[in-house]
Each structure stands twice: as C-alpha cells, then as structure tokens.
Write a new protein. Structure first.
Length: 232
C-alpha cells in the first residue's frame, strides 16, 4: 500500500512578518503616546501622594470639594473602565515628568475651557448685529486659538533665532561657560496599587495645575478676602 503523502503546510509570513513598515511606525507612535500617558499619570499621582502625606487636611478638603462634581465621577468611571491602574503600576516606575511639560500640555485646553465658559457681556440695548450673538462663542474660541498659535510661533522663532550657532576651533575666553547645574528635583514617593490611586491623580492635578487654573478664574469679591492681608 502506497503511503499517503502528508500535505505541506501553507507558506508562512515572510521573515519580516505580516506587518508593514507603516504598521511598525504607527505602533511606535502609539507606544510613545501610551508611555507618555503613563508617565504623566504616575507623576501626577506621586505629587498627590506627597500632598496627602504632607498636608492631609488640605488634601481632604480638596477631595471633599471635587467629589460631587460630574467631572470627578466621570473621571473615576473612565479610570476604572480603561484600567489605567494596571497601566500605571505594571512594570518599573517611569521617570518623573517635569511639571513644566504638564502645564504646557494643559495650557491650551484650559484656555479653551475658559473661553467656552466665560460669560459674554449682556447687551443693554439693541445694537446692529445683535441677532448674530450666537456666533460670539465660536468667534471667541477662534480668537483664543489664533492668539495661542501666534504666541507659540513667535516663541519658536525667538528660540530659533536666539540660539547661537556652534563654532569650531579654539574657544574664546569671552564665551560663556557651561550653564550651572540645576538643583535636583525633590524626590517623590513611589506609587502603590490601591483605593487611593485615582484620588492621588486628582490631588496631583490640582497641585500641578492649580496656578494655571487660578489664572483663568473670574475675579470676584471673595478673591480680595481670601488672601491674608500683608503684614506691616
């Protein structure tokens, strides 16, 4: 009896795999976004742990204030749904993200929120164009976007034009020496998985972005009485 020949398996993927170079670049970018998100969340949480450890009374009052807000509850839902806790505590802790980068990334969203929620001045009398008042908010958002883009472009040009061109050869005695070393940033406590992780992120966000948020708050009578009077 003639043995039946075993069918050959189908040809497998090439040596480089079924993914294309575009796939690899896309995943590299998404991995970078994922790592940056993890680094930001962990940094904010570590600032929150510091606040909860050093000033527990202030931390409690801050959390009691924001807990009833829908944004806080919605953030808790998304935090649990997206399993960000696993993302944060899985693996070696990421390096601390400088607070300047966090503030810089949040500046435009905060400006957008400030423009979207600010009250438009009420019209006291009929004026030409009053019926197009519905366009006021989009126009203010457009003006804020244009202003931010203009300031960013101006700063980029300033940095570019102000950067000296490296020169080769002997160093002139009049050239400035190396910049002095910056003092090390304060050591932040490490994170642990647990019930307080989301609360620590909120506390860290209020700590890091507090000055930025307060700059966009509407001034009122309470602002004058909240700060203690300067001593003579």
């Amino acid at each position: 009896m003639t043995p039946t020949a075993t069918p050959r398996p189908p040809a497998g993927p090439t040596a480089t795999g079924p993914l294309t170079p575009t796939d690899h670049r896309a995943f590299a970018f998404l991995g970078q976004v994922n790592s940056s998100l993890r680094q930001c969340l962990c940094t904010l949480a570590r600032h929150g742990v510091t606040l909860r450890r050093d000033t527990p009374e202030r931390a409690r009052l801050l959390l009691d204030t924001v807990r009833p807000w829908p944004l806080y509850k919605g953030g808790q839902f998304l935090f649990d749904l997206m399993e960000w806790e696993d993302l944060m505590v899985d693996g070696e802790p990421p390096p601390v993200l400088p607070t300047e980068r966090i503030v810089s990334a949040a500046t435009f969203p905060v400006q957008w929120l400030a423009a979207a929620t600010s009250e438009a001045p009420a019209a006291t009398r009929a004026v030409p164009g009053q019926r197009t008042a519905a366009l006021d908010l989009p126009l203010r958002l457009l003006a804020t976007t244009a202003r931010t883009a203009f300031l960013g472009a101006a700063q980029d040009l300033t940095d570019l034009l102000g950067t000296p061109t490296p020169r080769t050869g002997a160093r002139d005695d009049t050239e400035p020496g190396p910049a002095p070393a910056q003092p090390p940033a304060p050591e932040l406590p490490h994170l642990e998985a647990g019930f307080y992780l989301y609360e620590d992120i909120i506390l860290g966000t209020l700590t890091v972005l507090g000055p930025l948020l307060s700059d966009h708050a509407a001034s009122g009578p309470e602002d004058e009485s909240s700060d203690p009077a300067p001593s003579a």
